[in-house]
Design a protein around this ligand. Structure first.
Ligand code: SAH
Length: 436
């Protein structure tokens, strides 16, 4: 009698437990993986959230994400605001290209092209100049999102009409882009901020990595909200946990004295992107060699929010222009962090010449935004269009505390001789000295 009733009691007890509800399929998969094999690095979490082939943010599977970049999406980027942005960047690249008397052929490579607007503006500017028009050899786009690659294809087909002989190629990683003797123009705009960052923390017993573990609520299945160390409302599923000694921190101390323990007080947390470091180095090698041991020429431009220092708590998540918790609806939010440009600079030391850092207002202002705007206004008769154009240009160089002109930084790489100043990055190199 007793034996027969036991399963009934157990079943009843189970049904009293609230069902586990996951906000996304990805949240469920990550929670299961953590339960099975333990906490994961924040970099792994970020990578899964952004890059998972079907559930990641950039896969754009969900209707909310079909307009990731753009006015109706989760964020608006400079090239989407005004075509002057891409035009002035194109002119900067040409100013470097014409320093080489052989006037080699040009190729354009963009990492993370979004909707393809920036690369479209760059190639269109090149093609509008008669002596450049026939120099364009190829366009290579590094993109992991099939959804965005389709949008880029449509944009470029329109922008490159009449240039069917110029190949446009897509690659899922920069490693696959073939090197050549052509002058390489490499642009990474709002790309480095999307690369996964590790979180490391200096504790009394040295550097430890901050991992993502399952929260107690996730383990028990209870439905409650926790407050994490940053006083943000945490998800029920995940929380930060400290691991043992960090091997990454040991590696960092060989890269830069900025990470040496004696320079940093206990309790400091650092966001660091080894992927960003590796890519910066590869881009520098790419522009300075043809891949077969011969030198080559080129220039690169990295544009992002950040500074020439590391950040401690810049990782954040956006959904429909609103800041949300980093553990909110994994795969449905844009996870991003400020870029440590000093690290990108350290990566290319001795390989390419670094220019900058200067902010967006300085770069665009010195490259002639105002003159370009005046020309466009003179060719526009509709007053509403004129107002819109003026507002757009003003927004790009807004120097308010959170304005794009102040927040976005430009760092250039080129193959000109070390020490040679390149306009508009003049007398600003001192700014890149690592912050202590
Ligand atoms: N540069 C564009 C889009 C920025 S959004 C603009 O300024 O409008 C970030 C872009 O980088 C998207 O196209 C995204 O799919 C791509 N991306 C993010 N991480 C990537 C990675 N690891 N490899 C390749 N592309 C990536």
């Amino acid at each position: 009698m007793l034996r027969r009733s036991l399963p009934t009691i157990v079943r009843h007890a189970r049904s009293l437990r609230p069902a586990r509800v996951f906000s996304t399929k990805l949240e469920r998969d990550i929670a299961r993986s953590i339960t099975a094999t333990g906490p994961i690095s924040f970099a792994k979490y970020m990578e899964l959230c952004l890059q998972h082939p079907t559930e990641g943010y950039y896969a754009g599977k969900n209707t909310a994400n079909t307009e990731i970049v753009g006015a109706r999406g989760d964020f608006v980027t400079s090239p989407e605001i005004s075509q002057h942005f891409g035009q002035l960047i194109a002119i900067w690249f040409l100013s470097l290209w014409q320093q080489y008397p052989t006037l080699p052929r040009l190729r354009v490579i963009e990492l993370g092209p979004g909707r393809g607007t920036l690369v479209g503006d760059i190639v269109q500017t090149f093609r509008s100049i008669p002596r450049i028009r026939d120099k364009l050899a190829a366009v290579d786009l590094v993109e992991t999102s099939a959804t965005l690659a389709d949008i880029q294809k449509a944009t470029l087909t329109e922008r490159m009409a009449g240039a069917s002989d110029v190949p446009i190629r897509w690659w899922s990683t920069f490693d696959d882009v073939p090197q050549s003797e052509d002058f390489a123009v490499v642009i990474a705009h709002e790309f480095f901020d999307a690369l996964p960052v590790h979180l490391i923390e200096k504790t009394a017993s040295g550097w430890q990595e901050v991992l993502v573990g399952a929260s107690p609520a996730s383990r028990s299945g209870e439905d409650q909200y926790l407050v994490n160390s940053q006083n943000l409302v945490d998800s029920t599923r995940f929380r930060y946990v400290l691991s043992g000694p960090s091997l990454l921190a040991n590696k960092l101390s060989t890269i830069s004295p900025r990470y040496s323990t004696s320079n940093i007080p206990a309790g400091t947390r650092i966001e660091v992107s080894p992927r960003g470091y590796d890519l910066s180095k590869k881009i520098a090698q790419f522009i300075s060699s043809n891949g077969e041991g011969k030198p080559s020429h080129g220039a690169a431009l990295f544009v992002d929010y950040g500074d020439a220092r590391f950040f401690s708590d810049s990782v954040r998540a956006f959904q429909k222009h609103k800041l949300v918790d980093v553990f909110h609806e994994p795969g449905q939010t844009d996870l991003t962090s400020n870029v440590d440009f000093a690290l990108l600079r350290e990566a290319v030391e001795g390989i390419a010449t670094v220019h900058g850092l200067i902010n967006q207002a300085t770069f665009l202002g010195r490259m002639g935004l105002e003159m370009r705007l005046k020309q466009t206004l003179a060719n526009t008769t509709n007053p509403a269009d004129q107002t819109r154009m003026m507002k757009a240009a003003g927004r790009l160089v807004d120097m308010g505390p959170m304005g794009m002109g102040r927040q976005y930084q430009f760092m250039g790489l080129s193959t000109v001789a070390a020490g040679q100043e390149v306009y508009p990055f003049v007398q600003e190199n001192a700014e890149l000295r690592p912050a202590s």
